[in-house]
Structures are given as C-alpha cells and as structure tokens.
Design a protein around this ligand. Sequence first.
Ligand code: KMH
Ligand code: ZN
Length: 304
Amino acid sequence: MSDPRVLLSCAITGGMSVPGQSAAIPITPEEIVDSAVAAHAAGAAIVHLHVREPETGRPVSDLGLFKHVMAGIAERCDAIVQPTTGGGVGMTIDERARVVAECRPEMATFNCGSFNFGIFGVKPRPEMAPWEVEYLDGTRDYIFRNTFKDVYRLAEIFREADTKPEYEVYDVGHIYNLRHLADQGLVDFPAHLQFVLGVLGANAATIEQLVHMHRTAVSLFGADGFTWSAAGVGYPAQFHLAATSMMLGGHIRVGLEDNLRVARDRRAQSNAELVEKALAIAPLLDREPTGPPGARELLSLDHR
Ligand code: KMH
Ligand code: ZN
C-alpha cells in the first residue's frame, strides 16, 4: 500500500488573474496573510504565494511585499510558505527569483519551460478597471518565458539558497526539460513536481492527460524519484484532478489562483472553502490529509 498521507497546497491569489474577476481574491498583504492562515486552518500544508500592488491589485514581484506576507504568515501558523518565481512581463530570471535569493524560503516554484499563457477568454466585467481589461486582453501576445538559459540560472539560485524547487510542468515536454536539467546535474532527488493542467497554451485538464504526464514522469525519473501533485485550472477541473491525483497516490493543489468556483452554480467565497471541499474527498479515497509537519517529511524538508 502506498503512503495514505496527502498534502494540499493552496494557491492563494495568483499572478495572472485580476481583482475584478472575483471579490474573493485576496489583494493587500493583510488579505493575503489572512487568507493563507485560514487556508492552513482548513487543512492546507503549503501556501503558494504571489503578491499584488495593494492599491490596484496588479500582480507584482515586489520583494518588500513578499517579505511582509511571508513574515505575517510565519507569525501565525506553520504552513510551508512557497513563493512564486513566475514574475511578471519583461522581468529577468534574477528579478523573478530575488525572493529565493533574499528570503531563502523552504520551497518556491520553478517553471520548467516556455509557453503561451492566455487568459484573454475571461469576459470583461463591470467590476474591472480599464487596466484589468487591457491586461487580460494583452495575454493574446504573452509568452511565459522560461528558456534553458533561465532555468539553468534558476537552478543555481535555488541551490545557493537551499530552497526546494516545486517543478511546475504544464505540458509533457516540460517533463523532458526537467530530465535534461537532471542530466546536467542540476536537479536534486527526490524532486517534487506539480502537474498544472488547463492553461490555454499548454496541456488540457483531463484525466487522460494527467495520467499520461504522470506516466511520463515515472518513465523518466522512476516512481521513487519524485513526489507529485496536480493542479487543475478552472472548474470542475480543480476538483476532478484533485480526486484523480488522490486515487493515483499524488498530492493536490487548489485555490483561487487556479479556480474561482466551489460548485457549478456558486463562486467560492474564500480559499478555505476550496480547501475544505477538496479535503472532504480525501477520506472517501482512503487518503489522510496531512499538515505541515507531515508534508515536510514527505518532501524531505525537515533537514532545514
Ligand atoms: N505568472 C504565471 C504565468 C508560478 O506561480 O510559478 C505563472 C506562474 C507560475 O507564476
Ligand atoms: Zn502561482
């Protein structure tokens, strides 16, 4: 029998959505801290973080905001705090990874390849400011850049900081990119992979594609070479992939970064609500939600 423990990561606010999409999206540092602490209380072991300009809600990578939010969460709970290195349009990899170099978090995201990232299909709403509508439409021409030069450099920064990468793979080719990095001696094992499915520009959020990507990873790293989690973008993908992942022995990610609905006809009021729904499925599948201490053990983070 495989380990029944399942760890949940909650992606609290995101770096692609805009505030007018949902009033539930936390914006200010205080809102982000409160939402992360509540997600932890609901059962999240990891909180995955972006930060936003407090006045407008525009996604930014401001180091001061990251420090403020990370310290605020650490004061109130023991969740694994996982900042993004996704950055924003036009930023260099060193700028994107400054939070890793300066704050040396236990974990941070490590994106494994370049691809289109389109959210221009989101309908403009009356709540959106003009910049938000422009921002969404601007993703018609947006490439999420993670070149080989970028990822080689990123690997160096993570090693120097002793930060564990969560390898974000959005498509099958990204898993081969990761194998390439491993062949260069740039990956420490066991690695932790996040299969992020459902972004327009990468792989679809279907059960078949999740199974295919998981199998590909097993063929490249061996079943003991990695731990993994699945993040479905959109509704009902978020919960369908969570259930599939739990059946296959994986971990799960939910949160307002990836999905704004808790039921077909109901928008989520909070991250905690999404966490509660996903974890309610766990016992039905003989999986036991584990908090930060168990997650640190599963991810070999306890040496720090
Ligand atoms: N900024 C997005 C294109 C992550 O959190 O590492 C994706 C992103 C992923 O930022
Ligand atoms: Zn993210």
